[in-house]
Design a protein around this ligand. Structure first.
Ligand SMILES: Cc1cc2nc3c(=O)[nH]c(=O)nc-3n(C[C@H](O)[C@H](O)[C@H](O)COP(=O)(O)O)c2cc1C
Length: 248
């Protein structure tokens, strides 16, 4: 088991995996780390669907268009889940207050599921395994994904996570400097200073990409992220959420 510091500071996304299954105790550790996630009200407003079957992973990989899903040993789908609590309410003959229809209710489900995914990533990394979040599982084709996983009403996809034995070790990506992420006391007031640091970080990413691709690409950070956002803004997830009975 790696020390916590190394586990957290040396993590990077791994997209190529050895064709090797996880040991049962590795699976159990990941699952127990997921179960012990802190959640709002201890309501545990999330569920995870685990996929190890080769054919199912191949089929899902084709729907999502991400081949890590096919080659990973374990694929986990993290969902916001109000179905279980709606069931619990009906067991007691009670009416659910429809928290899932509010922005805060949906956010609570997303936070719980995302924290569970974070726990899974740390557990995975600490055992020398690698992982890659797959957000396209939420956005690419919500109807097909809901059908594929037989999601009941009250369950919405948050993110997927591919896990496996690493078959690559890409360089750690440079991240924004500490004082662009963690502000002392109040939101950082010096916009000019922030702009300078953003510019410097953009340059750092250009250098990093150039070096990583041996000069083939010098992708910038800013325009690259804006392109992603431009595309992501086209996903109309409101309809997908409505179909899953989140009437926000
Ligand atoms: C919510 C979320 C969704 C992501 N979706 C994808 C994805 O669909 N495909 C992919 O290859 N990487 C995906 N990533 C991985 C990011 O690209 C990666 O974390 C980022 O580039 C930083 O690199 P690092 O993880 O190596 O530090 C996702 C990451 C997060 C947190």
């Amino acid at each position: 088991m790696k020390p916590v510091r190394e586990t957290l500071l040396n993590r990077r996304s791994i997209r190529r995996y050895e064709r090797r299954e996880l040991e049962p105790e590795q699976l159990l550790f990941i699952y127990d780390a997921i179960r012990n996630t802190p959640t709002s009200y201890n309501g545990q407003q999330f569920s995870v669907i685990a996929l190890t079957d080769k054919e199912r992973k191949t089929e899902l990989s084709e729907i999502v268009g991400q081949k890590q899903i096919k080659t990973c040993a374990l694929f986990l789908l993290f969902c916001a889940d109000f179905h279980k609590l709606n069931m619990a309410a009906s067991l007691e003959g009670m009416q659910s207050p429809r928290f899932q229809d509010t922005i805060d209710g949906y956010t609570v489900g997303v936070i719980d599921a995302a924290l569970a995914m974070g726990n899974a990533i740390v557990a995975t990394e600490s055992m020398g395994l690698g992982s890659c979040c797959i957000g396209y599982t939420r956005t690419c084709n919500p109807k097909a994904i809901a059908r594929f996983f037989a999601l009941p009403k009250g369950v919405a996809v948050v993110c997927g996570l591919a896990i496996g034995f690493p078959n690559e070790m890409p360089d750690l990506k440079p991240k924004l400097p500490r004082d662009m992420v963690i502000f002392g006391d109040r939101y950082r007031p010096d916009e000019e200073g922030m702009k300078e640091e953003l510019k410097a970080y953009n340059e750092e990413i250009i250098r990093f990409n150039k070096q990583r691709s041996e000069g083939a690409t010098d992708n910038e950070w800013i325009s690259h992220i804006l392109d992603y956002h431009r595309e992501a803004a086209k996903h109309k997830l409101e309809d997908a959420l409505k179909a899953q009975d989140f009437r926000i």
